[in-house]
Design a protein around this ligand. Structure first.
Ligand code: PMP
Length: 396
């Protein structure tokens, strides 16, 4: 078949190949990017669904507005106000997961050859999605405080990118949290250079001890002109359930208008039924309690993973313990002649029935082959202890 030229820019991810091995019996997986299904508030979602279908089911089973279901846009507006961001219901659109918001941004903003700056490393699906639109992607280095802002500023001044894509809070895969000072500077740079910054924030609610600094969106009120160069993507996937496929995008009106037009040609609108379930759920006063359980569980798992890595692999693996989210980002140090290639290590780990994702695919270019991502979200404490022990065996 003669496929479109744009498909030449992308390939299926190496991670998918690895995932085929995860079905091996007895495997302990730190590889996935999924939340723990045991933590889904199925009772609350069932009550919300029943209420939605009992009271006037017609509109939610009917076609709906591309911009989103009205009561949900209002609910998201209130939810964002609780996080320090003022957004009118018509200042946001509902999307089919935040993944669709990223796709719509790609569709609306990227012409073949346009330069885009992302963190190195960043969310793989964003790299692939933006490449499909022909983006030339440039990676900006990060450390434990998130993206290196001096370097980012240099790259923006040098390349004049169409947009900068960032996951400031508990990044995937980095787990890093961008400091408050860097957040403010990024907004200032965006205004000075008139560069669109896309803030992807699916993990901000999953903090362990203390809430992270305000999002770029929340801070935009303090930096004049920054709201006009900022898009923010949110999602219910990590706070309620990814199967609902409900996310949102907040952006300047002209971008929202174009995104709505493109969404209309694509899926017409996000499922009204799942939107209504989310809207109903938000009115039920359950989210805070459900989130408290998620935060406590992930905090405990992250703490155990840090302790086990320190105990069993301190000389072989360097890492920064995350303060929220779902991931450890780590680096093989190769000391004492131990393995320093994460892809080789991943194969040896599978032989020991433990899985993780090598870090290389998360780089748009010049991958650091020593890096790896470990998710602590779905393994319980006993599995984490056992799995890290198996990683030690795999190192040899
Ligand atoms: N952005 C990031 C950084 C993610 O990690 C994910 C999902 N893992 C998404 C966006 C997409 O999430 P969803 O479409 O389920 O909202």
């Amino acid at each position: 078949m003669k496929f479109a030229d744009r498909l030449q820019n992308v390939e299926t991810s190496a991670i998918r190949e690895l995932f085929k091995l995860l079905g091996k019996p007895g495997i302990i997986s730190f590889a996935g990017g999924f939340p723990d299904p045991a933590l889904f508030d199925a009772t609350g979602i069932a009550q919300a669904s029943a209420a939605v279908l009992a009271n006037n089911p017609g509109p939610v089973l009917q076609y709906g507005a591309t911009e989103g279901y009205g009561p949900l846009r209002e609910g998201i507006s209130r939810f964002m106000a609780g996080k320090g961001s003022t957004v009118a219901p018509d200042g946001l659109i509902v999307t089919t997961g935040s993944q669709q918001a990223l796709d719509l941004i790609g569709k609306c903003m990227i012409s073949p050859g346009d330069k885009i700056i992302v963190e190195a490393p960043t969310f793989l699906a964003t790299i692939q999605c933006f490449r499909l639109y022909g983006a030339h992607i440039i990676g900006a280095p990060i450390d434990a405080d998130g993206v290196d802002v001096d370097r980012l500023e240099q790259l923006i001044d040098e390349h004049h990118p169409k947009l900068v894509y960032l996951i400031p809070t508990f990044g995937n895969p980095s787990g890093a949290m961008l400091s408050l000072a860097r957040r403010k500077r990024i907004l200032e740079i965006a205004v000075r250079t008139q560069t669109l910054v896309v803030e992807d924030d699916p993990y901000g609610e999953l903090y362990f001890d203390a809430a992270p600094p305000p999002s770029l969106l929340a801070l935009s009120d303090t930096v004049p002109g920054s709201r006009e160069v900022l898009a923010h993507c949110g999602s219910f996937s990590k706070i309620l359930s990814p199967g609902l496929r409900v996310g949102w995008m907040i952006a300047p009106p002209e971008l929202l208008t174009k995104a709505v037009m493109c969404k209309q040609f694509s899926d017409a609108h996000t499922s009204n039924l799942t939107q209504a379930i989310c809207a109903q759920y938000l009115t039920m006063d359950r989210l805070n309690d459900a989130l408290a359980v998620v935060r406590k569980t992930y905090a405990e798992r992250a703490c155990v993973m840090a302790q086990c890595l320190q105990r069993d692999l301190a000389d072989a693996i360097a890492f920064n313990a995350p303060q929220g989210g779902m991931f450890f980002w780590a680096r093989l140090t190769g000391v004492n002649g131990q393995c320093a290639n994460a892809a080789d290590f991943a194969k040896r780990a599978i032989d020991q029935l433990v899985a993780f994702v090598p870090g290389a695919p998360f780089y748009a270019h010049d991958p650091d082959l020593t890096t790896l991502r470990l998710s602590f979200a779905t393994a319980d404490v006993a599995k984490i202890e056992e799995g890290i022990g198996r990683l030690k065996l795999a190192l040899g």
